[in-house]
Design a protein around this ligand. Structure first.
Ligand SMILES: *Cc1c(COP(=O)(O)O)cnc(C)c1O
Length: 257
C-alpha cells in the first residue's frame, strides 16, 4: 500500500471515531482535528494536506520550522495552519512565531512575554519585507491535571507526550490576564494532556470545569485542546474543540516522546 492510501485510511478511521463520539455526546459542532506530524517527513504533511487536513501539530521548533519552510514552497500545503504543541523555551519564541498560528503549551509568564515580543519583531520583519502582517498568535494555556505535580520527568522519559509542563490550575487566571493584556496574543483557551495512568474521562471533566471558569472571565477563550489517539472519545465527551492526533493517523513513531 502506498503512503497516501495508508494515511487516507487512517484518517478516515479517526474521522469516523470523531463523528461517532460527537454523536454520543449529542454535539453538532465540528472540532478542529490537528494531525500531529512530529517525527514524520514533510512529504507526509503534503499528503495529509491533499487529503483535506488543514491543521498540523509539531512539538519541536527545529523540526517544525524546517517542515514549515518546505510546506511554504509547496502549492499543496497553502493555507495549512501550524500548531506548536510541545514544551517551548523562550529563546525559540522568535522562530515559532514565523510559522505557528497557535501555541498550545503556554505555562508561564516569561513565555508570554517572549512570545509577545517575538510577535512585535515578526510584524516589523514582515513590514520591512513589504509583506502583510500575520494574525495574532492563538494562545492556549496548558493546564497540569496531574495531582502528582508539575515536574514529571519520569513520565516524560517514559515517552508520555508533554508529560511535564502545564500550569498549576491555581495560577491559571494570573497567566490568562497576562495573555489577555499582550498586544499580539489572543487567549484561545486551555490545553491538557491526560495524566499518565489516570482516568482520561475524569481528567477531561476537570478540564471542562477549568475552561468554564476561564470563560466566565474571558468569554472568547472558548477553546479546549484535549484528546489524542488513545483518548479522543472522552475528550470530545467533555467539550474538546481541538484534538491533537498523531500515531493513529501517521503510525507509530520510531521513538516515542
Ligand atoms: C505527540 C503529541 C500528541 C499526539 O499523540 P498521539 O498519541 O500520537 O496521538 C498530542 N499532544 C501532544 C502535546 C503531543 O506531544
Amino acid at each position: 500500500m502506498d503512503r497516501q492510501t495508508e494515511l487516507s485510511g487512517n484518517l478516515q478511521a479517526v474521522r469516523q471515531r470523531v463523528t461517532a463520539a460527537l454523536d454520543t455526546a449529542g454535539r453538532d459542532d465540528s472540532p478542529t482535528l490537528i494531525v500531529v506530524t512530529k517525527f514524520f517527513p514533510a512529504s507526509d504533511v503534503a499528503a495529509l494536506a491533499e487529503l483535506g487536513v488543514r491543521d498540523v501539530g509539531e512539538n519541536r521548533d527545529q523540526e517544525a520550522s524546517s517542515k514549515a519552510a518546505q510546506a511554504a514552497d509547496d502549492p499543496r500545503c497553502q493555507g495549512l495552519r501550524w500548531h506548536y504543541v510541545g514544551q517551548l523555551q523562550s529563546n525559540k519564541a522568535k522562530s515559532v512565531v514565523r510559522y505557528a498560528a497557535a501555541v498550545h503549551s503556554i505555562d508561564r509568564g516569561s513565555l508570554v512575554k517572549a512570545l509577545d515580543k517575538a510577535m512585535t519583531v515578526e510584524q516589523q520583519r514582515r513590514a520591512g519585507d513589504g509583506a502583510a502582517p500575520r494574525d495574532n498568535l492563538q494562545c492556549f494555556i496548558q493546564v497540569n491535571l496531574d495531582p502528582a505535580g508539575v515536574d514529571d520527568d519520569e513520565a516524560r522519559q517514559g515517552g508520555h507526550p508533554a508529560g511535564r509542563g502545564g500550569v498549576d490550575p491555581v495560577h491559571l487566571h494570573q497567566l490568562a490576564a497576562r495573555i489577555d493584556g499582550a498586544e499580539h496574543l489572543d487567549l484561545a483557551g486551555v490545553m491538557a494532556v491526560a495524566p499518565l495512568g489516570g482516568d482520561p474521562d475524569e481528567a477531561f471533566e476537570t478540564l471542562a470545569g477549568i475552561s468554564a471558569g476561564l470563560r466566565a472571565r474571558y468569554p472568547a477563550a472558548r477553546a479546549i485542546s484535549a484528546g489524542m489517539s488513545s483518548d479522543l472519545e472522552p475528550a470530545l465527551n467533555h467539550g474538546a474543540t481541538h484534538l491533537r492526533v498523531g500515531s493513529d493517523v501517521l503510525g507509530q513513531r520510531p521513538d516515542l516522546r
